[in-house]
Design a protein around this ligand. Sequence first.
Ligand SMILES: *[C@@H]1O[C@H](CO)[C@@H](O)[C@H](O)[C@H]1NC(C)=O
Ligand SMILES: *[C@@H]1O[C@H](CO)[C@@H](O)[C@H](O)[C@H]1NC(C)=O
Length: 193
Amino acid sequence: MKNQNCFSVVFVLLLFPLLVTKWSCVEAQTCNPGEKFRGTDPPAGKCNTENDSKCCKEGEFYDTYTCSPPVSSSTPAKLTFNSFEEEGDGGDASACDNEYHDDSTPVVALSTGWFNNKQRCLKNINIYYNGNSVLAQVVDACNSTFGCDSVHDYQPPCRNNIVDASKAVWEALEAPSDSDGKYGELDITWSDA
Ligand SMILES: *[C@@H]1O[C@H](CO)[C@@H](O)[C@H](O)[C@H]1NC(C)=O
Ligand SMILES: *[C@@H]1O[C@H](CO)[C@@H](O)[C@H](O)[C@H]1NC(C)=O
């Protein structure tokens, strides 16, 4: 009986801190979705899919995120295509400077977590793909918490690992396009410049 008690005490003293350490590590590294966001259909004729934008659907539930995966010197991300021009599919003017940006300038929007309350606004990031790299300026958020309204061009909340980039970025990376010259989605890495 005495031995058994001793064993329990040792168990609690040794293993419990180990478990707690493990839990907090996991917590620091994972980014779990928050409340689901309920989609609504865009008004007739809204949400231009010319450049493969996804449009919200009535009654569909979308994940939301306030966090993004950790940033390193080689942060894995998905590169998506966006026009930051006035008639483009980027919605309103860019959040960092309230301006539109020509397709020929290398600019990006980052998922909410990486956008980090405007901390990366107007800063540059390096984007790497297949031996090529480009310096691009962060001008907007790809909103991971909200969507389906005119501000977000009737698109669902952004995933948490998105670098949404202008045509100039795709061209500088010599990214592959289809026969119509359209770009899809690409696995890239990025770092703060
Ligand atoms: C599609 O991309 C092209 C090239 O960046 C751009 O000129 C055009 O405005 C885009 N269309 C939309 C709806 O964003
Ligand atoms: C996302 O959109 C909501 C509603 O428009 C806004 O309040 C919030 O500031 C936006 N977040 C980011 C990171 O842009």
